[in-house]
Design a protein around this ligand. Structure first.
Ligand code: SF4
Length: 235
């Protein structure tokens, strides 16, 4: 029998504690602001989360942090500046995040979108219904469902469940779906069964990433996994 989604969440929370995602970058390092529990993100913070969600595509967070740190050092991490400066210059700054030419173009396409649709105001999406904000983000070149949902949840605080490769791997091993299930099917599965609470969704995703990195890896280390009593795939 499949375990209850909340039982999975509680076990992970007990093991890994409060994750407090999404980190911002200060002095070239990730910082996890406790105050995020109590307030909405500022426009600058939302834009940093947007840029981070693009820069961490196909690479680890540490490389994205270096790239964000370099953009910040140059004072380029604003919509107006990224819209204006040439892609080549941005590419050189974000090189540590890999696929840097593409990522520079993605940052420019994001900045252009905010200039055109939001008149330069990053927070304009916050006032839209979730489905409309999501559709708009998905229309931006370089933003797929995982990136859009990370931005919507961690930047704007919309209650949307972020699905990534770790989510699919862990829940396919737990017997919920097959790894090939479509993104939207998996997202809907969680959203239909959990209370639509943004803090729950923020923590749940962060905890799954922790489990995927520490125990439910490509070669799972089931002896160290807090979910092994639930798992039909444990070895
Ligand atoms: S018991 Fe093993 S396969 Fe199952 S979720 Fe844990 S690490 Fe993954």
């Amino acid at each position: 029998m499949k375990p209850d989604l909340i039982a999975v969440y509680r076990s992970l929370q007990e093991k890994y504690g409060y994750r407090n995602w999404w980190p911002l970058v200060r002095g070239g390092k990730s910082v996890y602001l406790e105050e995020f529990r109590l307030r909405d993100r500022t426009a600058g913070e939302v834009f940093e989360i947007m840029a981070g969600a693009l820069l961490t595509q196909n690479t680890n967070w540490g490389n994205a942090v270096t790239a964000i740190g370099r953009l910040k050092e140059n004072k380029w991490l604003t919509v107006k500046v990224l819209d204006k400066i040439p892609a080549g210059k941005i590419a050189a700054a974000v090189k540590p995040s890999g696929y840097y030419r593409q990522k520079a173009k993605k940052l420019k396409s994001l900045a252009r979108f905010i200039m055109e649709d939001g008149g330069g105001n990053v927070l304009f999406l916050k006032d839209l219904p979730l489905s409309e904000a999501r559709e708009k983000l998905l229309g931006v070149w370089g933003i797929g469902p995982e990136t859009a949902d990370s931005i919507l949840l961690y930047g704007y605080g919309f209650p949307v469940f972020v699905v990534d490769a770790y989510t699919k791997r862990i829940f396919s091993r737990l017997g919920f779906f097959d790894k090939t299930h479509a993104y939207e099917t998996v997202r809907k599965y969680f959203e239909d069964r959990l209370v639509r609470d943004r803090e729950l969704f923020m923590e749940y995703h962060a905890l799954l990433v922790e489990l995927g990195k520490s125990a439910c890896k490509n070669s799972p280390v089931c002896g160290e996994c807090v979910l092994n009593m639930f798992c039909p795939s444990r070895v």
